[in-house]
Design a protein around this ligand. Structure first.
Ligand code: IPM
Ligand code: MN
Length: 334
C-alpha cells in the first residue's frame, strides 16, 4: 500500500499529547503514514528564534499533508506564532478553505444536530491590512482593514455550494453582517446569489452573524452547510464547538482544494498550557482532524471507521481515550 507523506507539527502544550493519540489511531486504521516531525511553535521560537523560515516552508510544500497539534506558549507575545506560523502556512500554501464539522446535541435539546462551517481562510481582517500611527501618543491611530476579493470570496462560496450539493439536505446558509458591513457584505451577498444560480438544487438562507449566534444555540438543526468570512468563521466555530460537545471534540481542515500543495489538519483547540503534561487533554478533536486528513488523502473507508469509533468516546485520560478508540478501530477492521 502506498504511504502518504505527512509533515507533523506537534507543537506546544497539549499538542504533542493529542498528536500521539491521533497517529496511534491512524495506524490502527491500517493507513501507512510516512511522517516527518517538524520542531516548530512557541517553544522552538524561544529556543532559537525560528518561527517558520521560507526554507522550512518550502520543505513543507513537498508533503501530501500537514498534521498540526497546537502551537503557542504564554511566554511568546501575541501574534508572533499566530501570524508567523499558522497564518503564514494558511496564506503561503493557499489553504483558502477552513472546514469545521460539528455534530452533537446542544444543551437543552433532545436530538443531535450535524452541520459544517466553511470559513474563508486567507482574507478578511486576517489579511493584515492596516497599521498604526503615532503609537503610544494621545493621538495614536490603529486601522485593521478587511480584505475581500472577488476571487477569494467566489472560490470559497463555490466550494461551499459544491459541498452542500453533495449532502442529503442540500442547504447552504450565508452568514455575514450585510446591514452594517455594506461594502464587503454586498460583495459576499452578490457572489452568493450569482454562484447559487449554478446550484439550483441547493436551498439557501442568509443570517446576520449576531442572529446566527442565537440560532447556533437555540436552533442548530436549521443548519446544513454555513459559509462565512474569516473572522466571523473564527468566532462562530468556537460557538459551534461549545454547542456540539465542547471544543475538545472540534476538528478542522485547512484545505487547498486545488491541491497545488499540502492541506493542513488541526484540532480547533489551542495548546492549553494549563493542563499540558497532565494526560488530561481530550484527544478526540485531534483524532477527528486526522479523520478529515484521511478523507482528503483518499482513505475514506479508514476515515469513516475512525469517525465511528469516536462516537460516544469513552471518558478517561488522554492515553486511555486514545487507546480505547484505537482498539475500537482495530476491532472494526477485523
Ligand atoms: C483558529 C485559531 C486561530 C485563528 C488563531 C490561533 C490564529 O483561533 O484556528 O480558530 O484565529 O484562526
Ligand atoms: Mn479560533
Amino acid at each position: 500500500m502506498p504511504s502518504h507523506r505527512v509533515a507533523v507539527i506537534a507543537g506546544d502544550g497539549i499538542g504533542p499529547e493529542v498528536v500521539r493519540e491521533a497517529l496511534k489511531v491512524v495506524a490502527a486504521a491500517g493507513v501507512a503514514l510516512d511522517t516527518t516531525e517538524f520542531d516548530l511553535g512557541g517553544e522552538r521560537y524561544l529556543r532559537d528564534g525560528e518561527v517558520l523560515s521560507d526554507a522550512v516552508l518550502d520543505q513543507l510544500r513537498s508533503y501530501d499533508a500537514i498534521f498540526l497539534g497546537a502551537v503557542g506558549t504564554p511566554a511568546v507575545p501575541p501574534g508572533v506564532i499566530e501570524r508567523g506560523l499558522l497564518l503564514k502556512m494558511r496564506f503561503a500554501l493557499d489553504l483558502y478553505i477552513n472546514q469545521r464539522p460539528f455534530a452533537g446535541t446542544a444543551p437543552g435539546h433532545d436530538r443531535p444536530h450535524e452541520f459544517v462551517v466553511i470559513r474563508e481562510n486567507t482574507e478578511g481582517p486576517y489579511a493584515g491590512e492596516g497599521g498604526q500611527l503615532r503609537r503610544g501618543t494621545p493621538h495614536e491611530i490603529a486601522t485593521q482593514g478587511s480584505v475581500n476579493t472577488r476571487h477569494g470570496v467566489e472560490r470559497c462560496v463555490r466550494y461551499a455550494f459544491e459541498l452542500a450539493a453533495s449532502r442529503p439536505r442540500r442547504h447552504l446558509t450565508l452568514v455575514h453582517k450585510t446591514n452594517v458591513l455594506t461594502y464587503s457584505g454586498d460583495l459576499w451577498q452578490r457572489t452568493f446569489e450569482e454562484v447559487g444560480r449554478e446550484f439550483p438544487q441547493v436551498g439557501t438562507a442568509y443570517n446576520h452573524v449576531d442572529a446566527a449566534c442565537i440560532y447556533f444555540v437555540q436552533d442548530p438543526h436549521r443548519y446544513d452547510v454555513v459559509v462565512t468570512d474569516n473572522l466571523f468563521g473564527d468566532i462562530l466555530t468556537d460557538l459551534g464547538g461549545a454547542v456540539s460537545g465542547g471544543i475538545g471534540l472540534a476538528s478542522s481542515a485547512n484545505l487547498n482544494p486545488a491541491r497545488t500543495g499540502p492541506s493542513m489538519f488541526e484540532p480547533v483547540h489551542g495548546s492549553a498550557p494549563d493542563i499540558a503534561g497532565t494526560n488530561r487533554a481530550n484527544p478526540v478533536a485531534a483524532i477527528l482532524s486526522a479523520a478529515l486528513m484521511l478523507d482528503f488523502l483518499g482513505e475514506s473507508a479508514a476515515a469513516a471507521t475512525v469517525r465511528a469509533a469516536c462516537d460516544a468516546a469513552p471518558v478517561g485520560s488522554t492515553t486511555e481515550v486514545g487507546d480505547a478508540i484505537a482498539s475500537r478501530v482495530a476491532a472494526a477492521r477485523k
